[in-house]
Design a protein around this ligand. Sequence first.
Ligand code: NAP
Length: 265
Amino acid sequence: MRTRPLANTQLHASVLALGTVKLGRNHGLKYAEGFPLPTDDEALALLRAASDLGINLIDTAPAYGVSESRLGELLPRVAPRDRWILCTKAGESFENGASTFDFSPAAITASVERSLQRLRTDRLELVLIHSNGDDAHALDAAGPALESLKSRGLIRAWGISTKTPEGALRAANECDAVMLTINAGHPHDLPAASTAGKRGAAVLVKKALASGSASATRSAAALTDALRLALTADGVTSVVVGTINPDHLRANAAAAEETLRDRGN
Ligand code: NAP
């Protein structure tokens, strides 16, 4: 798996990353179909497939149910800690079927400390603010606490998973990293990706397959087309595709390789 520099961390992230919403939560989501949470054996098979493919960036969040705690238990059974780049989020909680948001310094700090415990680690490579849609407020409120966590050495880099093109552009100009939506139906964040790339900030892409839409996943060619748009967009570091199916993960890795083979990036 090809890698690209992850902002100023000295780390290199795989161009395809694993999104783990479906590892920990199966209600209150927008996917077309319901699904049971994978068993531990199934989750281990998925994580082993990721490791075998050279995927090192794992994206999770406190709002993804038991995703963080499962990763904390299972990842060490697959590969040592320094083999993984862990990205989690802060600001959103999902409990009793509903999301709540708190971007205050105390809540952000407590959230990161809880993520460290659940992920069974002493540092996180990347923490993103889990925006509620008001990206500007989330950045203003949570940014100083994340900067302080960074200066304490608990996190290597921070940014925001944005919901608006304006928020994306601001984060691209200010943060170490930004998570954007890029797919055929949502090209609006492409300028922010380019801006971030020029600054050396990391750009992670979410929803590259439009959350599994039929048009993006109906064939190998459609999959390659969908991934190409995100993987080759100016400034993009890594495309975070969510899956709990190891065969889908392998197909995505093959499509990514095919896309980038002749480009040298
Ligand atoms: P996505 O990656 O575009 O699509 C994921 C969906 O596509 C899953 O339902 C998956 O089902 C399906 N899929 C994946 N590979 C496939 C393949 N080869 N063939 C057929 N179906 C395939 O969208 P997403 O899950 O919404 O977002 C990706 C990740 O971004 C998330 O996991 C999360 O880490 C992050 N994210 C962050 C935020 C935020 O911070 N606000 C919001 C959304 C997402 P299978 O499990 O069956 O493969």
